[in-house]
Design a binder for this molecule. Structure first.
Ligand code: F6P
Length: 537
């Protein structure tokens, strides 16, 4: 395997000065360096990957035993080795399937929960389950991380399909979030969903208690309008939520992979159970593709290999995800958790230091807004940021088709411009046309040069339907998995979030003046003193 990495390094040096655009001398390049799954087209031809590099990357995937690892995941092996857990979010979107964990078929329980979710969603949407002041008009999902980002992203993405109650999301422990969200809602017609796998997360439990107090002032029985999505049935009972309104899931569903099950209840309420099924079936279709398509035409494998080439071979430390879809505004944040909590690791499965950098920084914003903010750096900044464009061929507003054409034109133009760049000669001609001459022409021209040769991929699909969104999310999940396997890390734990939580728990009573901050570093002590000074003044 080391030999393959070394060969990739050699390859990177060999092609360093070759413009990506030169690869298009081959008229078959766009077709050869793209792949399809269903109606989705993934184009990675605007990268510096050629046939030789692709072969090496595919060899790498084979050498790490990707196929066996993938089968282990789908069949319920405990591949999350540091937590001793199976990784089976794929089972959530294939309810007709059968998977054994510890010799037990886990599917009957999963199916029973889905049936209960569906029945509950239908009752809420049909008004048979009502608040104490009438039919439910608003749903407030209280959760954080995977218990927020998935449903928040998907509810916004699928706005054209909403025909249920309005959905709101509260995640931050900052009281501003819950206060701003509840302001203007009617407690008598609001359903509160407390979404927390562990039911211990301090942000969620604090916000849930605040929401319960808010409701208690106005309705006789607040608990009657609360639902819990959690694996911790004893804790949900202690909070006062009866078992019939608790939708559970097992420890083999990781938080950032949980939108497909009970954590997706707000999405089901918003778009209805049938469309939620479409979302699941889009994910399931991507699973089937990932499991069976040959690596060279396998979208998650290819997306991962492009990522490995850019981050671990060429050393680009970040990548931008750029959905040209305002309704995918939360996708970058969703992918930040999915990718960075999964692969932002500094230790291999064996407990050793990784030999290459692990997961890159993932960031982004929808186009075209980003174009008027950070694209300056993408085009002319001194660090190369590989870009991942996503765009639908059609919008949902036929009467605004001209908007969509402009959106598409911008998406396609940006990837073309990043690759093509603008030479000094072209820039000189532009400066001359603007009236500059002599030394000033030269100076002005340099500011108008674009280095180009900046790689990007484009995922394009007909329309952002529930099914399509399911496919896109599953595609990215599997991409993270493949990259994790190649890097030899565990993509399914998140020990790195623990230390900050412990220190926050210790600091809260210090800030409340209940105990001294013994053992604090000098900076933190000074910050605590500043806060204390504000309280006195
Ligand atoms: O931040 C760590 C984390 O455990 C995430 O992985 C998870 O999605 C989030 O907190 C919320 O956890 P829970 O659903 O248990 O409240």
């Amino acid at each position: 395997m080391d030999r393959i990495w070394e060969a990739l390094d050699v390859r990177a040096r060999a092609v360093a000065d070759r413009p990506i655009s030169a690869l298009f001398d081959d008229p078959g390049r766009a077709a050869a360096f793209s792949a399809r799954e269903g109606d989705m087209l993934f184009d990675y031809s605007k990268t510096n990957i050629d046939a030789e590099t692709l072969d090496l990357l595919l060899n790498l995937a084979e050498a790490v035993g990707l196929a066996a690892r993938r089968e282990a995941m789908f069949t319920g092996a405990k591949i999350n080795e540091t937590e001793g857990r199976a990784v089976l979010h794929t089972a959530l979107r294939n309810p007709a399937g059968s998977v054994q964990v510890d010799g037990r078929d886990v599917m009957p329980e999963l199916r029973a929960t889905l049936v209960r979710m569906r029945a509950f969603a239908e009752m809420v949407r049909g008004g048979q389950f009502a608040g104490q002041g009438g039919a439910i008009t608003d749903v407030v999902n209280i959760g954080i991380g995977g218990s927020d980002l998935g449903p928040a992203m998907a509810v916004q993405a699928l706005a054209p399909y909403h025909d249920g109650p309005r959905c709101h999301f509260v995640s931050n422990v900052d009281g501003a979030h819950v206060a701003d969200t509840l302001k203007g809602l009617n407690p008598e017609t609001t359903l509160v969903i407390v979404a927390s796998k562990t039911f211990t997360t301090i942000e969620t439990m604090t916000n849930a208690a605040t929401a319960r107090d808010w409701m208690a002032g106005r309705v006789a029985d607040p608990a009657a309008q609360f639902v819990a999505l959690s694996s911790a049935q004893e804790r949900t009972a202690a909070f006062g939520i009866p078992a019939e309104r608790v939708f559970g899931f097992e420890d083999w569903v990781g938080g950032r992979y949980s939108v497909w099950g009970p954590i997706g209840l707000s999405l089901m309420l918003a778009i209805g159970p049938d469309r939620f099924d479409d979302f699941l079936s889009g994910g399931a279709a991507m699973d089937a593709h990932f499991r069976s398509a040959p690596p060279g035409g396998n979208l998650p494998v290819l997306l991962a290999l492009v990522g490995i080439w850019h981050a671990q071979v060429l050393g680009h430390p970040t990548r931008a995800v750029l959905p040209y879809d305002q309704r995918l505004a939360r996708l970058p944040a969703y992918l930040q958790q999915l990718e960075m909590e999964s692969n932002g690791k500094g230790v291999t499965m064996e407990g050793t230091s990784p030999l290459r950098p692990t997961g890159p920084v993932v960031w982004g914003e929808p186009g075209t807004n980003g174009q008027h903010a950070f694209y300056q750096l993408l085009h002319q900044g001194m660090q190369v940021v590989p870009c991942e464009f996503l765009v639908a061929a059609r919008g949902h507003e036929p009467e605004l088709a001209h908007h969509h054409r402009l959106l598409l034109a911008n998406a396609l133009a940006q990837s073309a411009a990043l690759m093509r760049g603008r030479s000094l000669d072209e820039a000189r001609a532009i400066a001359a046309r603007a009236g500059f001459t002599g030394a000033e022409l030269d100076r002005q021209a340099h500011h108008r040069v674009f280095p180009g040769n900046r790689p990007s991929t484009t995922l394009i699909y007909p329309q952002l339907t529930p099914q399509m969104l399911g496919g896109i999310v599953a595609l990215y999940e599997h991409r993270v998995f493949v990259e994790g396997v190649i890097l030899g890390i565990n993509s399914f734990d998140q020990w790195g979030v623990e230390l900050g939580k412990e220190l926050a728990t210790a600091l809260a009573p210090v800030l409340a003046g209940e105990c001294a901050g013994g053992g604090l570093d000098g900076s933190t002590r000074a910050l605590v003193a500043f806060v204390a000074g504000q309280a006195e003044s």
